[in-house]
Design a protein around this ligand. Structure first.
Ligand code: GLN
Length: 547
């Protein structure tokens, strides 16, 4: 049965709980243990699928089609363990399950309450797959004391109580603010945060203290004393240049040792850190730099394209170059010529997105990349825009567009080269959709396979003709435009196995122009860069030698 580590946060949000959890997962793996990571989010949305990227950052999609928090992306990038639907839950999901059961009469006439009905639902979620791994790491979103988080804190308290002694531990992240005037690190907020935890029955076993300044031994001892934690379990966490330093950095300050000690695992197996040493070697010893323009809509918030930024870094690691990514607001190209903005870049990436705003600018960016022979990677909406560009400017369809924008505007303005997907095949069954379906959880989501055309650029990049990638889209390039577009040189080089859904397009004769209907960034790892990102950065590197 798995041992559980519950990870909570206090004092302020954005302390890097997700990263600390992911790094701990990597460290336990380095010692030979199997792990799974989970996220419990206190918000009331059933899942983050309907939230704006400005609100919540990127939506991370799992193989089995769940729309989840971006922390699950960190978990996968650090451990390589594919997350599942059962690894992410929100208050909204918990309450919706409870209410559904209530309507079905499953509670046999009882009064439904947070304790025990909501907490039991949370405990059931925690227990899924507990026999499959050595360690289950469960991160609670938000900070201790948040009203919405209380049922989760109560549930993990009960869960640990239900298990044999020593089966569950609690790790708490806090912040030590630095007062420049007196030159001091302050421990009081940490003390208060732990006091808050203890008032709801949770005693942390390990404290991770974020700090911008070195934590003197004296302060560490003080925190240990006041928070009732062993001094060696007070772990300093300093800012890092790269997130991929986290496993090595946390190992140096004894995080994995403290966790194993808390479980009484002794002697602990020695860690093998070669994977992370190699990752750091590639990061630190890059030769040269390539510049990539990311032409998108959600450019003010980097978290909105988290996995793309990370996958580009991985692509750089594969080619031993640094990737300097710059975010450009696509709307600029609706007013101004893209040339002066884009000419200093070695490659152009147009990411996924929703809604019409900025799309004309993305189409112009695709046109610029095609005409100038600059490497282009179009992801999801970025592929759709590349197809529309080719339809308008090469295939003689000046009104080519996407039904998505017509639906949004409530009028028909475009020839629907990209149309609203009404049905597709998933495994052995047919999925059907209508225009007025619910918005939540109804897109074509999760892993689907595609067959690549032999001899195509993309088959060369992947080194195989059978692939499986994660999807998240409602609209699709209409296969009836395949022939006229292929006649003009836009090759449909990847299709769904039934041949009905275009998955990949590429421009014949262009050095590197690929559009994909899926999200390759979600599967890239620092120790296993995704072939499309490795290939894209390689093409950018070659382009940089030309200029
Ligand atoms: N809005 C487009 C669609 O739904 C693209 C989605 C995306 O880029 N993830 O098909």
């Amino acid at each position: 049965m798995a041992r559980y580590v519950f990870i909570t946060g206090g004092v302020v949000s954005s302390l890097g709980k997700g990263l600390a959890s992911a790094a701990l997962g990597a460290l336990l793996q380095a010692r030979g243990f199997s792990v799974r990571l989970r996220k419990l989010d206190p918000y009331l949305n059933v899942d983050p699928g309907t939230m704006s990227p400005f609100e919540h950052g990127e939506v991370f999609v799992t193989d089995d089609g769940a729309e989840t928090d971006l922390d699950l992306g960190h978990y996968e990038r650090f451990t390589g363990v594919s997350a599942r639907k059962t690894d992410s839950v929100s208050s909204g999901r918990i309450y919706s399950n409870v209410l559904e059961k209530e309507r079905k009469g499953a509670y046999l006439g009882k009064t439904i309450q947070v304790i025990p009905h909501a907490t039991n639902e949370i405990k059931d979620f925690l227990a899924v797959g507990e026999d499959e791994v050595d360690f289950m790491l469960c991160e609670i979103g938000g900070t201790v004391g948040d009203i919405e988080g209380l049922p989760f804190f109560e549930a993990i308290r009960q869960f640990a109580q239900d298990k044999p002694r020593g089966q569950c531990i609690f790790m708490h992240l806090t912040l030590l603010p630095y007062l420049a005037a007196s030159g001091e690190l302050k421990t009081k907020p940490t003390q208060h945060s732990v006091k808050e935890l203890r008032s709801i029955g949770l005693q942390p076993d390990v404290l991770v203290c974020r700090s911008e300044h070195p934590i003197p031994e004296k302060e560490r001892a003080k925190i240990a004393l006041f928070c009732n934690v062993r001094p060696e379990a007070v772990i300093p966490a300093y800012d890092l240049k790269s997130i991929y330093e986290a496993p090595l950095a946390y190992h140096r300050v004894g995080l994995d040792q403290a966790v194993l000690d808390a479980f009484g695992i002794s002697p602990a197996p020695k860690p093998d850190m070669t994977r992370w040493e190699d990752v750091m070697d590639r990061l630190n010893n890059a030769e040269g730099e390539v510049r990539v323009a990311i032409v998108g809509k959600y450019v003010q918030l980097e978290d909105a394209y988290k996995s793309i930024a990370e996958a580009l870094t991985h692509g750089g690691m594969a080619n031993r170059v640094r990737v300097k990514a710059e975010w450009i607001d696509a709307e600029i190209f609706e007013r101004e010529d893209p040339g002066p903005h884009l000419e200093r870049f070695n490659a152009i990436l147009v990411p996924g997105g929703f809604g019409e705003r900025g799309t004309e600018g993305k189409i112009r960016a695709a046109q610029y990349a095609r005409e100038k022979g600059i490497p282009y990677l179009g992801i999801c909406l970025g592929m759709q825009m590349a197809v529309i560009e080719a339809a308008r400017n090469m295939a003689g369809l000046p009104d080519a567009g996407s039904e998505e924008f017509d639906h949004e505007a409530g009028k028909k303005r475009f020839t629907p080269v990209v149309y609203h997907l009404k049905e597709w095949v998933q495994g052995n069954h047919r999925v059907e959709r209508k225009l007025d379906d619910d918005k939540g959880g109804t897109m074509r989501l999760g892993a689907y396979s595609a067959t690549l055309k032999e001899g195509s650029k993309v088959a060369e990049v992947y080194g195989t003709c059978e692939i499986e990638e994660r999807h998240r889209h409602r609209y699709e390039v209409d296969v009836k435009y395949r022939e006229p577009l292929e006649t003009c040189g836009l090759v449909f080089s990847g299709m769904s196995p039934d041949g009905r859904l275009p998955e990949i397009v590429e421009h014949k004769g262009h050095p590197w122009f690929i559009g994909v209907q899926f999200h390759p960034e979600l599967k890239s790892k620092p120790f296993a860069p995704h072939p499309l990102f490795a290939g894209f950065v390689k093409a950018a590197k070659e382009q940089s030698r030309l200029v």
